[in-house]
Ligand binder design. Sequence first.
Ligand code: GLN
Length: 311
Amino acid sequence: MSSEGQGRHRMGSKSPQGPQESQESQGSQESQGPQESQGPQESQGPQESQGPEGPPRSRGPVRPGPGHGAHGPSAIRLVWVYPDLLSTYGDRGNLLMLARRARLRGIGAEIAEVNSDQRVPVDGDIYLLGGGEDLPQVLAARRLRAGRGLSAAADRGAVIFAVCAGYQIIGAEFGGPEGEPVPGLGLLDIRSARGERRGVGEITADVDPALGVERLTGFENHQGVTRRGPEVKPLATVLTGVGNGDGTEGAYYGRVVGTYLHGPALVRNPSLADLLLSWVAGPLPALDPQQEDLVLKLRGERLAAQGAPAQ
Ligand code: GLN
């Protein structure tokens, strides 16, 4: 988030580049603030940390957002990570929803869509990863591990919201196409493996009350099952569907959140979108109910169809 009078915190790049990424180009960044709908605009290139690989780490508790000035944000920087590899079932809607709900509050949103041959900038506020098929998922994990940009962003307290394959990738390990263990980024102390059968269909779940988010509705399609380390909390308790495979759904630690929910998750669950935004921008005013008509109707329909009505 860029704030008046505050410089961006950037990580240095003195260490050697990772072997896979020495030729990668920088992610394209476009500015799409509320008064700037004239198309892409070149901006300074994002930076990447290229330090050596470290062991899987856990994120600390929620801290004030990076670059959050006393007068609030002028724009929130959203980074959509690897849409060329990780974007299934309309997961890009998560990006659009965050931008829309920020702008409706008068907060600008700068969007960077970073393909897998580009560097992941370290100076974003919220990073989004979507779902993916097995092989693109392995490739994405390999490139993200080599590039180190996402890990550096997590180190500086950025918000990360990762869906399905993205959720598995930010963990310590996940099951590859043949069930073989593939190393993840270790941003969240979780481990995923291939389960006995696919979890496919609608899912509903009640969110950890500590987060103050309404009942979740989404769509899931995954083979993976996920176990959490001791410090990582489940995002929610499953009402209908599969989720992590143990009656819980998703996981979070600090500002790193993962979920199996497509739908897209933040479109169907606007209070989850607002939670992520509030971690960057602070408390948010309620929206004009007219702006939420369609979303509330969609939520109502999907939850009722599962016998788990909106609370
Ligand atoms: N390939 C992973 C699995 O099947 C993730 C699937 C997805 O992102 N939809 O578990």
